[in-house]
Design a protein around this ligand. Structure first.
Ligand SMILES: C[S@@+](CC[C@H](N)C(=O)[O-])C[C@H]1O[C@@H](n2cnc3c(N)ncnc32)[C@H](O)[C@@H]1O
Length: 205
């Protein structure tokens, strides 16, 4: 079994502070999204693989009703104490995303992923796309910033093939926008792409 499937693998990286992905601040492109037309009139949001919770906290500060899941207990403990300091309420869950139970089905108006799709076992990407579909409410949106989109060997982060991702998520969702014109941090410029998908009436039309 690929070690990235185990919470211990990620929890240990947090424990030894080997968190090269951590921006120590919300994702700039996500801040833009929070105020965008894509998230307008929507509130209930799930953040997958939320890590230290900066994006979750930014969303809660913008009045979204946020649930954030990560199976690293260390990351979630940090996120919880940060949320407390920032005086925002977030439903943090320490759990394997793939095991979220039926209470979460058809529940979320928005699901956001940053640097989680590239962290999961690549052989589970279809399973991931299916789970996103199940968790989204009809008319819900799935926003993902695909990174790293260049070719690379090994991982995590595992290379993201944009066409493969678009094919997987488009099986059940409708692709609304795919753009690299986003506010990326300098070292990730040109290496990431925002895609937004919509769940059209519970099934693809
Ligand atoms: C590369 S980190 C990104 C964290 C955060 N999104 C960020 O941008 O800082 C990937 C995160 O996904 C979490 N993760 C990976 N697989 C997971 C799974 N199956 N269920 C829940 N969390 C998972 C890891 O614990 C880790 O916090």
């Amino acid at each position: 079994m690929n070690e990235v499937n185990k919470s211990e693998f990620w929890d240990n990286l947090y424990k030894i502070n080997s968190v090269g992905w951590d921006l120590k601040t919300p994702t700039p492109a996500f801040i833009d999204l929070l105020k965008s037309e894509y998230f307008a009139d929507k509130s209930k949001m799930l953040i997958t693989g939320c890590g230290y919770g900066y994006d979750a906290i930014a969303a809660a500060k913008n009045n979204f009703n946020v649930t954030a899941v990560d199976f690293s207990e260390t990351a979630i403990q940090f996120a919880q104490s940060l949320a407390k300091k920032e005086n925002v309420k977030i439903n943090f869950i320490v759990e394997d995303f793939f095991s979220l139970n039926d209470n979460h089905l058809n529940s979320y108006e928005i699901i956001f992923d940053y640097v989680t799709y590239c962290a999961i076992d690549p052989s589970r990407r279809k399973e991931y796309a299916d789970k996103i579909y199940q968790l989204l409410k009809p008319h819900g949106v799935f926003a993902i910033i695909l990174f790293p989109i260049e070719k690379r060997i090994g991982g995590p982060p595992f290379a993201v093939d944009v066409e493969e991702a678009a094919n997987l998520f488009s099986e059940k969702l409708e692709l609304v926008i795919s753009t690299s014109e986003i506010n990326s941090i300098k070292p990730r410029k040109g290496r990431e792409l925002l895609q937004i998908y919509k769940k059209t009436n519970g099934k693809k039309s």
